[in-house]
Design a protein. Structure first.
Length: 435
């Protein structure tokens, strides 16, 4: 499979296709565009009222952004819906390695196929071109997992004005990035924007230019598995000669961002050494954010990056995890991380967890909901804090934060109106269709 066309002509056409400057920044144009797009979305929904079989395309680029297992399965069980996953390449227009982009695409296809879902890769090998799925698949509903312009223009929201669209966020929002989380045009154009909690809707009402007309509290589909008492987790951990505590290290990718929360470069060597020193008592899973490898290849080069990742894979008491993390969470004993989304998601396990703090003003970059989940963590600011966490809490069982984690879980992480997120999303889609 060839990489997407990177010719000058294509790059210019892509830039023009994604140009959103005037209608995003000129208030009168933005208001008119949002209003017109909303009208088109409602018309697209109404056209589905009498349709016997609704074609639903779930768009996906990397495994870590997939949060729709239960929604997918609910639609598969409903004869009115025909859901399938469309896998297309993550952008390589940011200087990322072409080889890693293609390797990620192949890994995503395997991820989807291993789940038993219908998987479509809209690539025309004869013409060496990524296809327009509106023409080849003709979906009625498009479910986005990524709201950013990190894709070819034909897979972006602007191209689907005449199809009902839905955005299921790929992470639970806790960072005070209100423009990125609520202000960008794509989220405001969606027919349905699924929100995690009433606290998130309050922010949407305040910061969305469209007045949050498409924003509905559904609960977070990515954590629905943790609410399912019948889910049997697969054990992904490497077999050990004796039983050991299982600890996940999950570093974020933001090593070069303006608002960086990543502590990876501070602890990457230390964590390998910690894993070796605790080898008789603890096994570690290195669970990097899916974008970290792209950025390390740009910073370190491909050879050094591969060598580092392989060190984790080859440790007797260590392993590299680059795909789904649900089973990893459920079969672990604790986690150390600096991931925004995991700050909430791991609390569903109610197990001990440490957040590695890069900045002394961490609270300043968090939303009110972010404060709640962050404060339910142990906080690590130096290597000694990690070691104390391992010695005292993970191995020693001294867990003073246990009650605080339970309180957050009981008050904020349960069902919305007694309905699972997948059930709620289908209900809201049907409300749009039948309104």
């Amino acid at each position: 499979m060839k990489s997407p066309d990177t010719s000058l002509r294509y790059r210019i056409s892509q830039m023009l296709a994604h140009t959103d400057l005037l209608r995003s920044r000129v208030p009168v144009l933005r208001k008119a565009y949002l209003r017109g797009f909303r009208r088109s979305q409602l018309e697209a929904a109404h056209r589905l009222r009498d349709k016997e079989r609704i074609e639903v395309a779930f768009f996906l680029t990397v495994p870590g952004m997939w949060k729709c297992d239960y929604l997918m399965q609910a639609m598969m069980a409903n004869p009115r819906y025909h859901p399938y996953v469309v896998v297309y390449p993550y952008s390589q227009y940011k200087g990322f390695s072409h080889e890693e982009v293609e390797a990620t695409l192949r890994r995503t296809v395997r991820f989807v196929e291993d789940k038993g879902y219908e998987c479509v890769v809209p690539y025309d090998s004869r013409r060496r071109r990524w296809q327009d799925v509106k023409k080849t698949l003709n979906p009625d509903v498009v479910v986005f997992s990524d709201p950013y312009k990190d894709c070819l223009p034909r897979y972006f929201i602007h191209h689907f004005r005449d199809r009902l669209t839905c955005y299921v966020p790929y992470s639970l929002t806790i960072l005070r990035l209100y423009r990125e989380n609520y202000g960008i045009m794509s989220i405001n154009l969606m027919g349905l924007f699924c929100l995690e909690t009433p606290m998130h809707r309050e922010l949407a009402l305040k910061y969305m230019p469209n007045g949050a007309v498409n924003a509905v509290v559904t609960g977070y589909p990515g954590t629905e598995v943790f609410l399912d008492p019948d889910y049997p987790p697969h054990d992904p951990w490497k077999p050990q000669p004796v039983k050991k505590k299982r600890v996940i290290w999950a570093p974020h990718h933001s090593i070069d961002d303006d608002i960086s929360i990543s502590t990876f470069l501070l602890y990457c060597d230390d964590m390998l050494e910690v894993a070796r020193r605790y080898s008789d008592r603890v096994q570690f899973a290195f669970k990097p954010h899916q974008l970290l490898k792209f950025k390390l290849q740009r910073l370190w080069g491909a050879e050094r990056t591969e060598r580092y990742y392989n060190q984790w894979a080859e440790l007797d008491n260590g392993q590299l995890e680059e795909a789904s993390y649900v089973d990893l969470f459920l079969t672990s004993d604790a986690m150390v991380h600096d991931s925004a989304s995991f700050t909430t998601e791991y609390l569903y396990t109610r197990k001990p967890v440490m957040y590695l703090v890069r900045n002394s003003n961490q609270h300043d970059v968090l939303t009110p909901f972010g404060h709640l989940v962050f404060d339910a963590h142990y906080h690590g600011r130096v290597l000694a804090d990690i070691e104390h966490f391992l010695d005292d809490t993970v191995l020693g069982g001294d867990d003073p934060k246990e009650g605080e984690r339970k309180e957050v879980y009981d008050n904020y992480l349960g069902l919305v109106d007694g309905m699972r997120p997948s059930q709620r999303i289908i209900k809201e889609l049907e409300n749009l269709i039948n309104s």
